[in-house]
Design a protein around this ligand. Structure first.
Ligand code: HSE
Length: 427
């Protein structure tokens, strides 16, 4: 039986999972594809850790660049980051090796350079594990939906943020309490910045957008806002209006422009995405012929991510070389990225106001002056900084008008704290 020689660089959680999968399911995979997948080297500084996975000493290298000197067909880059990982990938491509990576940050920022290099050298650069962990969402986009024009993507694609928001929703606890719990359970990193500030999801939606809209989309093209300022009060008030709060990644065509954003979003509580809870991920993709499709599963962790990495290795073994769409390499006019101020959306606005006659009239007058139409309104008898929460949702309005109106409203002497604003997506 033929074999494919695979070298793994980086043996942390995901790398360890890939080693375990390739050993444990070796026969199943060989029977399925008629080819053996052999690990020919594993590179990691911690040699003892790799040995414990059952890899013989002669296959372990303590340096990724040294490992690249060894013969192999496929290099699997699992060290993460955007510096050494990039050099490793470029060097592997230069040597004519196919490459598999899970590195969304690298692809979001340097994808254009890396994919161009891979194309020039005639090798594959595969990245199923970069989005949605074990969910085959990249494969769905590039194969199952290949005949469709993609119209919109909605993703809950950061498990840590989703876990935190789910805990806040179900237990009424604060962001800090939920984050601490996520860290205790090992869902959140010691430094949770990328997850809670939305950048991990931004990297992932950049990758999905690049695949879907024939345009290189980078992190800098994504409007990003994290979940740190979400309070249990806003989650509860959103529920009263029939919404749940999710960190949603959105990519959609609006008036021939591409809108790409990641932010806390209120979505209808009876929508299927509202029931994606805890560390689970889901992606809703709409194509012009297929309509809405939904992908759900574990978006992180050793086993799900290893499952995605190995699917790429198998693709290479069976000669499925598809990587990113060809149109990305043509110098045609690029889709314009919509500026955040131009987003049209419904909004949730929570004012902290003095409870006395005429306050509501002052707020609504300013909104009306900017042409913003109120959809629902509610006032609660709860004390916040000596005032009460006055909550409104709006009909679709332009973000720039909302921001200008809020600026004016926040200058009123009856407003006691900065107004909390959240976009609503009716899906
Ligand atoms: N940290 C990510 C998450 C998983 O919480 O979903 C890796 O992308």
């Amino acid at each position: 039986m033929d074999s494919l020689k695979v070298g793994i660089i980086g043996c942390g959680t995901v790398g360890g999972g890939v080693v375990k999968l390739l050993i444990e399911n070796r026969e199943v995979i060989a029977e399925r594809i008629g080819k053996r997948i052999d690990i020919v080297f594993v590179a990691d500084k911690d040699v003892e850790k790799v040995k414990k996975l059952g890899i013989p000493e002669e296959k372990i290298v303590d340096d990724g660049f040294k490992a690249l000197e060894r013969e192999c067909n496929v290099v699997v880059e699992l060290i993460g980051g955007t510096t050494i990982a990039k050099e490793i990938i470029l060097s592997a491509i230069e040597k004519g090796r196919d490459v598999v990576t899970a590195n969304k940050a690298l692809l979001a920022d340097y994808g254009e350079e890396l994919f161009k290099k891979a194309r020039e050298k005639g090798v594959s650069l595969k990245f199923e594990a970069s989005v949605g962990g074990g969910i085959p969402v990249i494969k769905a986009l590039r194969e199952g939906l290949a005949g469709n024009k993609i119209e919109r993507i909605y993703g809950i694609i950061n498990g840590t943020a989703n876990y935190i928001l789910t805990e806040m929703t179900e237990k009424g606890i604060t962001f800090d309490e939920a984050l601490r719990k996520a860290q205790e359970l090992g869902y959140a990193e010691a430094d949770p910045t990328l997850d809670v500030e939305g950048y991990d999801a931004a990297h992932k939606i950049a990758v999905l957008s690049t695949l879907s809209f024939c345009r290189w989309v980078k992190t800098e093209n994504v409007y990003v806002r994290g979940i740190k300022d979400i309070t249990p009060l806003d989650i509860e008030l959103a529920r009263e209006f029939g919404y749940k709060v999710k960190l949603l990644a959105i990519s959609k065509l609006v008036d021939e422009e591409l809108e790409v954003r990641v932010h806390p979003t209120m979505i209808p509580e009876n929508h299927i995405l509202s029931n994606v809870n805890g560390v689970f991920n889901a992606c809703l993709i709409e194509g012009d012929f297929v309509g809405d499709t939904l992908y759900y599963g574990k978006g992180a962790g050793e086993k799900p991510t290893a499952s995605a990495v190995v699917s790429d290795i198998i693709d290479i073994a069976i000669g499925n070389r598809y990587s990113v769409p060809e149109c990305l390499f043509k110098d045609e006019k690029k889709l314009k990225i919509k500026a955040p101020e131009e987003f049209i959306s419904s909004f949730y606005l929570r004012f902290t106001a003095v409870d006395k006659p005429g306050v509501l009239a002052k707020i609504s007058k300013i909104l009306a002056d900017y042409g913003i139409s109120i959809k629902m309104a509610l006032q609660k008898s709860i004390d916040i900084n000596g005032g009460v929460p006055v909550v409104m949702t709006t009909h679709p309005a332009c973000k720039s008008k909302i921001l200008k109106a809020i600026e004016e409203i926040d200058r009123l002497d009856v407003i006691l704290s900065p107004t909390f604003v959240c976009m609503i997506e009716e899906l």
